[in-house]
Design a protein around this ligand. Structure first.
Ligand code: NDP
Length: 251
């Protein structure tokens, strides 16, 4: 298995699934990671086991992350692209009404999980002298909104880490990009509101949010650029969402 592979975390839904599909359509080999492994089987059915490799990975578990990387590279594969997409938001209340368990889950997933995946693939990229890490950030990192607090903080970490990694990786041949979307219709709001479909749907009422495919287009474009071009940061949002969530115009 000598091909160059793209690892996509959180590929069982939304943006991660779309990124995996766009990369597969673009001719890549994809290692799709998520906790809900059964969902990932759909990618194998569509694109074949020779081009899709599925691993049940909870990014909060560093040992599992390292084992999944070893599973790929042990067979001689090179990891040419890591898309750090796995992430979530829990709750949308002010900080004083927040739940410490929810904060912990967000920090562990959005920050520590992203660090574990990055740490596991970087040595291979450095020794190959090439590679690309794309971190999925968020508009929440740049524009405050009511109840954004801890989630927004975790995404601000992702934005700053991306910029600092660029400096760490000077001369290594490894590119680093942050893609920061605004509102995207996925399972994100359903997770945020603990499975309350009505509340999740209300968040998108009267606006046309981005689709996961819109974000996947941006990821694939950044990756397709020539190896000497580093796309640092892409911010994209729905036409109905001028910057912060609070300013979103509803029809
Ligand atoms: P979804 O809820 O549709 O997808 C989230 C994905 O992350 C799922 O595949 C889920 O897989 C995975 N995931 C969550 N926790 C873990 C974990 N511990 N280990 C491994 N995988 C995990 O939401 P989106 O597609 O919208 O979100 C993707 C990324 O985009 C997130 O980082 C999010 O913060 C970011 N984002 C989303 C926006 C939006 O409005 N939707 C806006 C800006 C950024 P599983 O549960 O199977 O493990």
């Amino acid at each position: 298995m000598t091909a160059s592979w793209a690892v996509v975390t959180g590929a069982s839904s939304g943006i991660g699934w779309a990124v995996a599909e766009h990369l597969l359509k673009d001719g890549h080999h994809v290692a799709a990671w998520a906790r809900r492994e059964e969902r990932l089987a759909g990618l194998v059915e569509r694109y074949g086991a020779d081009r899709v490799r599925v691993n049940q990975v909870d990014v909060r578990d560093g040992a599992t992350v390292r084992a999944a990387v070893a599973d790929l590279t042990g067979d001689g594969a090179e990891i040419g692209l890591l898309v750090n997409n796995a992430g979530l938001s829990l709750g949308l209340g002010p900080l004083d009404d927040g739940d410490a368990g929810d904060w912990h889950t967000m920090v562990q997933t959005n920050i520590e999980g992203l660090l574990a995946c990055t740490h596991a693939v970087l040595p291979g990229m450095r020794s190959a002298g090439r590679g690309h890490i794309v971190n999925i950030g968020s508009l929440a990192a740049e524009y405050p909104f009511m109840g954004g607090n801890v989630y927004a903080g975790t995404k601000a970490f992702v934005h700053h880490l991306t910029a600092n990694l660029r400096v760490d990786l000077q001369g290594s041949g490894v590119r680093v990009t942050c893609v920061a979307p605004g509102m995207v219709r996925s399972e994100f709001a359903l997770v945020r509101f603990g499975g309350d479909r009505d509340r999740a749907d209300a968040l998108y009422s009267g606006i046309e949010p981005l689709t996961p495919d819109d974000v996947a287009d941006a990821v694939v474009w950044a990756h397709r650029c020539p190896a000497n071009v580093n796309v640092n940061y892409i911010e994209l949002m729905s036409l109905d969402q001028p910057y912060g969530l609070a300013l979103t115009r509803r029809k």
